[in-house]
Ligand binder design. Structure first.
Ligand code: RIB
Length: 309
Protein backbone atom coordinates (compact mmCIF):
# COMPACT_ATOMS: atom_id res chain seq x y z
CA UNK A 1 0.00 0.00 0.00
CA UNK A 2 1.42 3.45 -0.90
CA UNK A 3 1.93 5.89 2.00
CA UNK A 4 -0.90 8.32 2.72
CA UNK A 5 -0.43 11.69 1.07
CA UNK A 6 -2.29 14.88 0.27
CA UNK A 7 -5.36 16.46 1.79
CA UNK A 8 -9.05 15.64 1.58
CA UNK A 9 -11.34 18.50 2.57
CA UNK A 10 -14.92 17.60 3.39
CA UNK A 11 -16.79 20.88 3.46
CA UNK A 12 -18.82 23.69 2.01
CA UNK A 13 -18.81 25.68 -1.22
CA UNK A 14 -20.56 29.06 -1.30
CA UNK A 15 -20.95 31.88 -3.75
CA UNK A 16 -19.82 34.92 -1.75
CA UNK A 17 -22.04 37.92 -2.61
CA UNK A 18 -19.90 40.69 -1.22
CA UNK A 19 -20.60 44.40 -0.75
CA UNK A 20 -17.93 46.75 0.52
CA UNK A 21 -19.16 49.68 2.58
CA UNK A 22 -17.66 52.33 4.85
CA UNK A 23 -19.25 50.80 7.92
CA UNK A 24 -21.41 47.79 8.71
CA UNK A 25 -25.10 48.64 9.30
CA UNK A 26 -26.65 48.26 12.74
CA UNK A 27 -29.97 46.43 13.15
CA UNK A 28 -32.71 48.14 11.14
CA UNK A 29 -30.27 50.48 9.38
CA UNK A 30 -29.56 50.78 5.64
CA UNK A 31 -26.14 51.94 4.50
CA UNK A 32 -24.77 52.49 1.00
CA UNK A 33 -22.21 50.11 -0.46
CA UNK A 34 -19.59 51.13 -2.98
CA UNK A 35 -18.54 47.84 -4.58
CA UNK A 36 -20.15 44.48 -5.29
CA UNK A 37 -18.62 41.17 -6.37
CA UNK A 38 -19.59 37.50 -6.56
CA UNK A 39 -16.62 35.37 -5.59
CA UNK A 40 -15.92 31.70 -4.83
CA UNK A 41 -16.09 30.98 -1.12
CA UNK A 42 -17.35 28.60 1.53
CA UNK A 43 -15.13 27.50 4.39
CA UNK A 44 -14.42 24.05 2.95
CA UNK A 45 -13.57 25.30 -0.54
CA UNK A 46 -11.52 28.14 0.92
CA UNK A 47 -9.45 25.72 3.01
CA UNK A 48 -8.99 23.49 -0.04
CA UNK A 49 -7.81 26.39 -2.23
CA UNK A 50 -5.40 27.64 0.45
CA UNK A 51 -3.81 24.18 0.71
CA UNK A 52 -3.68 23.42 -3.03
CA UNK A 53 -2.00 26.76 -3.80
CA UNK A 54 0.74 25.78 -1.37
CA UNK A 55 1.30 22.55 -3.28
CA UNK A 56 -0.84 19.87 -1.64
CA UNK A 57 -2.65 17.28 -3.74
CA UNK A 58 -6.25 18.07 -2.89
CA UNK A 59 -9.67 16.46 -3.16
CA UNK A 60 -12.79 18.35 -2.13
CA UNK A 61 -15.84 16.41 -0.99
CA UNK A 62 -18.82 18.76 -1.12
CA UNK A 63 -22.14 19.60 -2.74
CA UNK A 64 -23.46 22.29 -5.06
CA UNK A 65 -26.81 22.83 -6.73
CA UNK A 66 -27.48 22.63 -10.46
CA UNK A 67 -27.29 26.39 -10.95
CA UNK A 68 -24.96 29.10 -12.17
CA UNK A 69 -23.24 29.47 -8.79
CA UNK A 70 -22.56 25.73 -8.67
CA UNK A 71 -20.92 25.92 -12.11
CA UNK A 72 -18.84 28.91 -11.05
CA UNK A 73 -17.60 27.18 -7.88
CA UNK A 74 -16.68 23.88 -9.51
CA UNK A 75 -14.89 25.71 -12.35
CA UNK A 76 -12.95 27.82 -9.86
CA UNK A 77 -11.88 24.70 -7.92
CA UNK A 78 -10.89 22.98 -11.18
CA UNK A 79 -8.80 25.95 -12.22
CA UNK A 80 -6.88 25.66 -8.96
CA UNK A 81 -6.11 22.00 -9.65
CA UNK A 82 -8.44 20.61 -7.01
CA UNK A 83 -9.84 17.15 -7.72
CA UNK A 84 -13.57 17.95 -7.98
CA UNK A 85 -14.81 14.42 -8.76
CA UNK A 86 -16.24 14.17 -5.23
CA UNK A 87 -18.34 17.34 -5.50
CA UNK A 88 -21.92 16.16 -5.95
CA UNK A 89 -24.53 18.19 -7.82
CA UNK A 90 -27.91 18.12 -6.15
CA UNK A 91 -30.76 18.69 -8.59
CA UNK A 92 -33.42 21.23 -7.70
CA UNK A 93 -31.32 22.77 -4.90
CA UNK A 94 -29.64 26.14 -4.74
CA UNK A 95 -25.88 26.27 -4.26
CA UNK A 96 -24.78 27.67 -0.90
CA UNK A 97 -24.67 31.46 -0.76
CA UNK A 98 -22.98 33.84 1.67
CA UNK A 99 -24.04 37.47 1.87
CA UNK A 100 -20.98 39.38 3.07
CA UNK A 101 -20.49 43.00 4.05
CA UNK A 102 -16.94 44.31 4.43
CA UNK A 103 -16.24 47.66 6.07
CA UNK A 104 -13.41 50.15 5.59
CA UNK A 105 -11.35 48.40 8.31
CA UNK A 106 -11.61 45.05 6.53
CA UNK A 107 -14.00 43.64 9.15
CA UNK A 108 -17.00 41.70 7.89
CA UNK A 109 -20.39 40.32 8.76
CA UNK A 110 -21.62 37.18 7.00
CA UNK A 111 -24.96 35.42 6.66
CA UNK A 112 -24.77 31.98 5.06
CA UNK A 113 -27.59 30.10 3.34
CA UNK A 114 -26.34 26.48 3.21
CA UNK A 115 -28.35 25.32 0.19
CA UNK A 116 -26.75 22.17 -1.27
CA UNK A 117 -24.12 22.10 1.50
CA UNK A 118 -26.92 21.10 3.85
CA UNK A 119 -27.60 18.05 1.67
CA UNK A 120 -24.07 16.62 1.80
CA UNK A 121 -24.95 13.34 3.51
CA UNK A 122 -22.89 10.68 5.32
CA UNK A 123 -23.32 8.34 2.32
CA UNK A 124 -21.59 10.90 0.08
CA UNK A 125 -18.59 10.79 2.39
CA UNK A 126 -18.71 7.00 2.77
CA UNK A 127 -18.52 6.72 -1.04
CA UNK A 128 -15.16 8.47 -0.75
CA UNK A 129 -13.76 6.08 1.88
CA UNK A 130 -10.85 5.02 -0.36
CA UNK A 131 -9.89 8.60 -1.09
CA UNK A 132 -10.02 9.42 2.62
CA UNK A 133 -7.98 6.32 3.50
CA UNK A 134 -5.26 7.44 1.06
CA UNK A 135 -5.03 10.98 2.51
CA UNK A 136 -2.45 12.19 5.00
CA UNK A 137 -4.85 14.87 6.28
CA UNK A 138 -8.63 15.11 6.42
CA UNK A 139 -9.87 18.64 7.02
CA UNK A 140 -13.39 19.42 8.25
CA UNK A 141 -15.47 22.42 9.25
CA UNK A 142 -19.02 22.84 10.51
CA UNK A 143 -20.72 24.28 7.41
CA UNK A 144 -21.63 20.69 6.52
CA UNK A 145 -24.32 18.72 8.39
CA UNK A 146 -23.12 17.36 11.73
CA UNK A 147 -23.89 13.73 10.81
CA UNK A 148 -21.65 14.15 7.74
CA UNK A 149 -18.85 15.61 9.84
CA UNK A 150 -19.23 12.68 12.25
CA UNK A 151 -18.98 10.17 9.37
CA UNK A 152 -15.91 11.88 7.90
CA UNK A 153 -14.18 12.17 11.27
CA UNK A 154 -14.81 8.50 11.95
CA UNK A 155 -13.49 7.43 8.52
CA UNK A 156 -10.42 9.64 8.74
CA UNK A 157 -9.58 8.46 12.24
CA UNK A 158 -10.04 4.79 11.30
CA UNK A 159 -7.76 5.24 8.29
CA UNK A 160 -5.01 6.82 10.41
CA UNK A 161 -5.18 10.23 8.71
CA UNK A 162 -4.52 13.43 10.66
CA UNK A 163 -8.07 14.66 11.26
CA UNK A 164 -8.29 18.46 11.52
CA UNK A 165 -11.56 19.95 12.73
CA UNK A 166 -12.31 23.64 12.38
CA UNK A 167 -15.22 24.31 14.77
CA UNK A 168 -16.64 27.04 12.57
CA UNK A 169 -19.37 28.21 12.51
CA UNK A 170 -19.60 27.00 16.10
CA UNK A 171 -21.99 24.31 17.17
CA UNK A 172 -21.73 21.66 19.83
CA UNK A 173 -20.27 18.41 18.53
CA UNK A 174 -20.49 14.96 20.12
CA UNK A 175 -17.60 13.85 22.34
CA UNK A 176 -16.83 11.13 19.77
CA UNK A 177 -15.95 13.78 17.18
CA UNK A 178 -13.57 15.61 19.52
CA UNK A 179 -11.96 12.31 20.49
CA UNK A 180 -11.45 11.30 16.83
CA UNK A 181 -10.00 14.68 15.84
CA UNK A 182 -6.22 15.02 16.06
CA UNK A 183 -6.24 18.80 15.83
CA UNK A 184 -8.87 21.39 16.63
CA UNK A 185 -8.74 24.85 15.04
CA UNK A 186 -10.85 27.51 16.73
CA UNK A 187 -10.87 31.24 17.08
CA UNK A 188 -11.08 32.70 20.58
CA UNK A 189 -14.88 33.02 20.41
CA UNK A 190 -15.34 29.40 19.34
CA UNK A 191 -12.91 28.33 22.09
CA UNK A 192 -15.00 30.24 24.63
CA UNK A 193 -18.20 28.62 23.35
CA UNK A 194 -16.71 25.14 23.50
CA UNK A 195 -15.23 25.58 26.97
CA UNK A 196 -18.05 27.69 28.41
CA UNK A 197 -15.51 30.37 29.41
CA UNK A 198 -15.76 34.12 29.01
CA UNK A 199 -12.26 34.74 27.66
CA UNK A 200 -9.97 31.76 26.99
CA UNK A 201 -6.98 34.07 26.55
CA UNK A 202 -6.99 35.20 30.20
CA UNK A 203 -5.65 31.90 31.54
CA UNK A 204 -4.07 29.70 28.89
CA UNK A 205 -3.22 26.91 31.35
CA UNK A 206 -6.89 26.62 32.34
CA UNK A 207 -7.92 26.81 28.69
CA UNK A 208 -5.52 24.00 27.81
CA UNK A 209 -6.87 21.89 30.68
CA UNK A 210 -10.40 22.56 29.38
CA UNK A 211 -9.48 21.16 25.97
CA UNK A 212 -7.77 18.14 27.54
CA UNK A 213 -10.90 17.46 29.61
CA UNK A 214 -12.86 17.31 26.33
CA UNK A 215 -10.48 14.74 24.92
CA UNK A 216 -8.66 17.13 22.59
CA UNK A 217 -4.87 16.90 22.58
CA UNK A 218 -3.72 19.49 20.06
CA UNK A 219 -5.41 22.84 19.41
CA UNK A 220 -4.65 26.06 17.59
CA UNK A 221 -6.58 29.07 18.88
CA UNK A 222 -6.44 31.90 16.35
CA UNK A 223 -6.53 35.43 17.75
CA UNK A 224 -6.78 37.65 14.67
CA UNK A 225 -4.26 40.48 14.79
CA UNK A 226 -2.80 39.00 18.01
CA UNK A 227 -1.61 35.84 16.28
CA UNK A 228 -2.45 32.40 17.62
CA UNK A 229 -1.72 30.00 20.46
CA UNK A 230 -0.63 26.44 19.74
CA UNK A 231 -1.60 24.05 22.53
CA UNK A 232 -0.05 20.60 22.40
CA UNK A 233 -0.48 17.71 24.77
CA UNK A 234 2.88 16.95 26.41
CA UNK A 235 4.12 14.13 28.63
CA UNK A 236 1.63 13.16 31.36
CA UNK A 237 -0.90 15.35 29.57
CA UNK A 238 0.90 18.54 30.57
CA UNK A 239 0.10 21.01 27.79
CA UNK A 240 2.85 22.83 25.93
CA UNK A 241 1.84 26.37 24.97
CA UNK A 242 3.51 28.12 22.03
CA UNK A 243 2.36 31.66 21.16
CA UNK A 244 2.68 32.46 17.44
CA UNK A 245 2.79 36.15 16.51
CA UNK A 246 0.67 37.46 13.65
CA UNK A 247 2.62 38.43 10.55
CA UNK A 248 2.48 42.16 9.82
CA UNK A 249 -0.02 43.21 7.15
CA UNK A 250 -2.22 46.09 6.08
CA UNK A 251 -5.73 44.76 6.36
CA UNK A 252 -8.09 45.19 3.41
CA UNK A 253 -10.50 42.28 3.95
CA UNK A 254 -10.39 39.61 6.66
CA UNK A 255 -12.94 37.36 4.90
CA UNK A 256 -11.62 33.80 4.80
CA UNK A 257 -8.38 34.54 6.67
CA UNK A 258 -9.17 31.81 9.20
CA UNK A 259 -9.76 29.39 6.31
CA UNK A 260 -6.44 30.40 4.75
CA UNK A 261 -4.76 29.64 8.09
CA UNK A 262 -6.49 26.25 8.34
CA UNK A 263 -5.68 25.28 4.74
CA UNK A 264 -2.04 26.25 5.23
CA UNK A 265 -1.81 24.13 8.39
CA UNK A 266 -3.36 21.19 6.49
CA UNK A 267 -0.75 21.58 3.73
CA UNK A 268 2.15 21.64 6.21
CA UNK A 269 0.91 18.66 8.22
CA UNK A 270 0.38 16.66 5.02
CA UNK A 271 4.10 17.20 4.27
CA UNK A 272 5.05 15.91 7.72
CA UNK A 273 5.93 19.26 9.26
CA UNK A 274 5.32 19.89 12.96
CA UNK A 275 2.36 21.87 14.26
CA UNK A 276 4.34 24.88 15.48
CA UNK A 277 6.14 25.28 12.14
CA UNK A 278 2.77 24.83 10.40
CA UNK A 279 1.17 27.58 12.48
CA UNK A 280 4.09 29.95 11.85
CA UNK A 281 3.76 29.61 8.08
CA UNK A 282 -0.05 29.72 8.29
CA UNK A 283 0.25 33.10 10.03
CA UNK A 284 2.10 34.43 6.99
CA UNK A 285 -0.47 32.95 4.60
CA UNK A 286 -3.36 34.44 6.60
CA UNK A 287 -1.67 37.85 6.73
CA UNK A 288 -1.25 37.81 2.96
CA UNK A 289 -4.91 36.82 2.58
CA UNK A 290 -5.95 39.84 4.68
CA UNK A 291 -4.11 42.24 2.41
CA UNK A 292 -6.43 41.85 -0.60
CA UNK A 293 -10.17 41.49 -1.21
CA UNK A 294 -12.14 38.28 -1.02
CA UNK A 295 -11.43 34.85 0.39
CA UNK A 296 -9.96 32.51 -2.25
CA UNK A 297 -9.14 35.47 -4.49
CA UNK A 298 -6.69 36.66 -1.84
CA UNK A 299 -4.82 33.39 -1.14
CA UNK A 300 -1.15 33.23 -2.10
CA UNK A 301 0.70 30.52 -4.01
CA UNK A 302 3.74 28.80 -2.55
CA UNK A 303 6.13 30.94 -4.56
CA UNK A 304 4.35 34.11 -3.40
CA UNK A 305 4.69 32.97 0.22
CA UNK A 306 8.37 32.12 -0.25
CA UNK A 307 9.01 35.50 -1.86
CA UNK A 308 7.19 37.21 1.01
CA UNK A 309 9.12 35.71 3.96
O1 RIB B 1 -14.85 31.96 6.31
C1 RIB B 1 -15.27 32.74 5.24
C2 RIB B 1 -16.36 32.05 4.51
O2 RIB B 1 -17.48 31.94 5.36
C3 RIB B 1 -16.87 32.79 3.29
O3 RIB B 1 -16.18 32.45 2.11
C4 RIB B 1 -18.34 32.44 3.26
O4 RIB B 1 -18.71 31.65 2.18
C5 RIB B 1 -18.62 31.73 4.58
O5 RIB B 1 -18.73 30.39 4.42
Amino acid sequence: MSPASGVVVVGSLNADLTITTDRLPSAGETVAGHDFAIRPGGKGANQAVAAVRLGSALSLVGAVGDDVHGNMLVQAADRDGIDTDSIVRIAGTSTGVAVIEVDANGENSIVVFPGANGRLAPHHVEQEAERIAAAAVVCLCLESPLETVIAATRLGHKAGAIVMLNLSPFKEVPAEVLADADLLLVNEHEAAQLLGSTDPTLDWEATARGFTARGVRDVVVTLGARGSMVIQGGPEDLPVLTPIPAAPTSVVDTTGCGDAFTGAVADSLARGEGLVAAARRAAVVASMAAATEGAQDSYPTLSEVNAHV
